[in-house]
Write a protein that binds this ligand. Structure first.
Ligand SMILES: Cc1ncc(COP(=O)(O)O)c(C=O)c1O
Length: 412
């Protein structure tokens, strides 16, 4: 048995990971055309409209609305669904803050659902437990490219008559029972920040089947302007969440790359699962039954008892083999962050207790979502990249296997 790199043995990964250029001539051509329009305003140029049309076609969705970020897209979806002061929005305890910002800006209350211990998506059971008469929206997060169990979520949504917003920031072209994540709920929301499958630097978008909701969303992203009319008479408070023509130009070219990006990641993620399955103390990233992930990241879990070693030691040992990985994902479930614990969300305001609209007293104690807390203490995250080579994935598998067997001899 080879000595672990952590203890001075040879590293598993001796060649650099595959890398590549995300942006090329196609993006440059689009940008040039955008600049030659002599306007970068979405309602005067053609790029934003073209991007939305392409996206609609790809998703088979009748309506799409551009936004300035994924956070903006989610905020817009909630606003279009009339989320307002005192309403509750159920979302995941394990997600990016961008899932929650829009809820708070609408003066609504985030209610955190617990997650499945191995798919890491919020469960329908936990969602249902948290429904109250104040629940206005169920905001499902498809984490890491893995679609949530939408049949179960929709059953809860239909039973209680509560609309669903899907946060697909990490889940382009993810499939659930053959249908694209983002097409199940009232809105699907996407991000084009620089870390996502596709990037325009920053930007976002929403899809919906409902023309009226699309109109409201459009108004909300553009200060309440209806650009088809002359007079400006905003019907409700709205933000400026506009996409500009430069972002749209890059996004058009990026969309053409998306199927390839997802197919590479899907192949690599599934191969990784195959390669590390059956190892004692390691549970691969479980894909929701009936789902196909687009693997924005790959998160396995360590059973410290079965492995006979701590998660941190395992991650250090894999890192020493030349395979970068992170302990956990976000540092803690969102409700345990300072914002909620120290009630610093709004200045000089004891939120939500001092909120007259708010019918319940919501608390965010440790233990609120036990699975979420446990997952973040025992998971290890690997970034996947479409530019990786098959050799890179085989090296990742070899490193993990080597660490499991080498670091913890009783597992051999
Ligand atoms: C799950 C999730 N939701 C929302 C967002 C927000 O997207 P953006 O950064 O474009 O505002 C992100 C981005 O990291 C995300 O990962």
């Amino acid at each position: 048995m080879e000595k672990l790199a952590l203890y001075g043995g040879p590293k598993t990964k001796i060649t650099p990971f595959g890398s590549g250029k995300r942006y090329g001539q196609e993006e440059l051509d689009q940008l040039r055309e955008a600049l030659e329009q002599n306007t970068l305003f979405y309602a005067h140029g053609k790029k934003t409209a073209r991007f939305l049309n392409k996206f609609k076609k790809m998703y088979g969705s009748p309506c799409a609305v551009a936004a300035s970020s994924g956070t903006a897209a989610i905020h817009t979806a909630l606003a279009a669904l009339d989320v307002g002061p005192g309403d509750e929005v159920i979302t995941s305890a394990v997600t990016d803050m961008g899932s929650v910002i829009g809820i708070l800006f609408q003066n609504a209350v985030p209610v955190f659902a617990d997650i499945d211990p191995h798919t890491y998506n919020m469960t329908a059971e936990s969602i249902e437990e948290r429904i109250t008469p104040q629940t206005k929206v169920i905001e499902v997060v498809h984490l890491a490219g893995n679609p949530a169990d939408m049949n179960a979520v929709l059953e809860v949504s239909q039973k209680h008559g509560i609309p669903v917003v899907e946060d697909c920031a990490q889940s382009y072209l993810s499939l659930y029972r053959g249908k694209l994540a983002g097409t199940f709920g009232e809105f699907g929301c996407f991000s084009l920040n620089d870390f996502k499958h596709i990037s325009a630097g920053d930007a976002g978008m929403l899809i919906t089947n409902d023309e009226h909701l699309a109109w409201k969303a459009q108004m909300f992203t553009d200060k309440g302007y209806d650009r088809t009319k002359q007079a400006h008479n905003p019907p409700f408070l709205a933000a400026n969440y506009r996409m500009n023509e430069l972002e749209a130009a890059v996004a058009i070219a990026q969309l053409d790359r998306l199927p390839w990006i997802v197919s590479r990641r899907r192949e690599y993620g599934n191969r990784l699962t195959e390669g590390i399955s059956g190892l004692p103390g390691i549970t691969p990233h479980k894909i929701t039954p009936g789902g196909e992930s687009s693997f924005w990241f790959y998160m396995l879990r360590v059973d410290e008892k079965k492995l006979g070693a701590a998660r941190d030691l395992f991650a250090d040992a894999v890192g020493a083999e030349g395979i970068p990985c992170t302990k956990g994902y976000i540092a803690r479930p969102l409700y345990l962050s300072e914002l909620f614990q120290k009630k610093t969300i709004y200045p000089n305001f004891n939120w939500p207790e001092d909120f007259p609209q708010y019918a319940h007293s919501v608390t965010y104690p440790q233990g609120l979502c036990p699975a979420a807390e446990n997952v973040l203490k025992t998971a290890v995250t690997f970034r996947l990249n479409e530019f990786f080579t098959e050799q890179d994935i085989e090296d990742m598998i070899r490193a993990i296997r080597k660490v499991v067997t080498g670091l913890f001899p009783k597992n051999r």
